[in-house]
Design a binder for this molecule. Structure first.
Ligand code: PRP
Length: 190
């Protein structure tokens, strides 16, 4: 695709990272039922792939799926810093082992907001699994139990990540050509 400057993580690299995450999760939740709570829309693909990877690495973990939706970026490529709950879970998480699944953690505000919100609902446990960690611009400390890959300090799209709702369906994670999202005279921020 001509809008792409470089592939950062290939399909194979993503699949291997998800398999490693699934193996670690399976060890920790042996004999338990875990709710994979995908954060829409970005985590759609990682949640689906992680759930299936968990089934394939262990028959001794029962996987349930639920989703919620938040928005913090709007249509900009910078975070607004404001997190909104757009859609709540379909089932109560009280007494359940909940694993929040995210595509990316960047400034940390989204995950922090979700941890605060969900911990108040008395889950049996609450952790986070994130495919891409971007540790360069954290504004809040937030614990991530399972990390797939460390992402370079670039604005990336694909595998769920969008720019203005485009590029989510790319099977890889890629850097966009900067002229796609940088108006003339503006410096690029991630
Ligand atoms: C993205 C991503 C995370 C969040 C991480 O979601 O999916 O939820 O930003 O950023 P942070 O650590 O800086 O808070 P976005 O708000 O773009 O919504 P989307 O998932 O619908 O694309």
């Amino acid at each position: 695709m001509t809008d792409i400057e470089a592939v950062i993580f290939s399909e194979a690299e993503i699949a291997a990272a998800i398999h490693r995450m699934a193996a670690a999760i399976a060890r920790d939740y042996l004999g338990k039922t875990v709710v994979l709570l995908g954060v829409l829309k970005g985590a759609l693909f990682v949640t689906a792939d992680l759930a299936r990877a968990l089934e394939s690495v262990s028959a001794d973990v029962v996987v349930q799926l639920d989703f919620l939706a938040v928005s913090s970026y709007g249509n900009a490529h910078r975070s607004s810093g404001e997190v909104r709950l757009v859609q709540d879970t379909s089932h109560s998480i009280e007494g359940k082992h909940v694993l929040i699944v995210e595509d990316i953690v960047d400034n940390g505000l989204t995950l922090k907001y979700l941890m605060n919100l969900l911990s108040g609902r008395a889950p049996a446990s609450l952790r986070a699994a994130v495919l891409l960690d971007k540790p360069y611009n954290r504004r809040v400390e937030v614990p991530v139990a399972y990390i797939g890959l460390t992402c370079p300090d670039e604005f990336v799209v694909g595998y769920g990540l969008d720019y203005q709702e485009r590029y989510r369906t790319l099977p890889y994670v890629a850097k966009l050509r900067s002229e796609i999202f940088t108006p003339i005279g503006e410096t690029v921020a991630t």
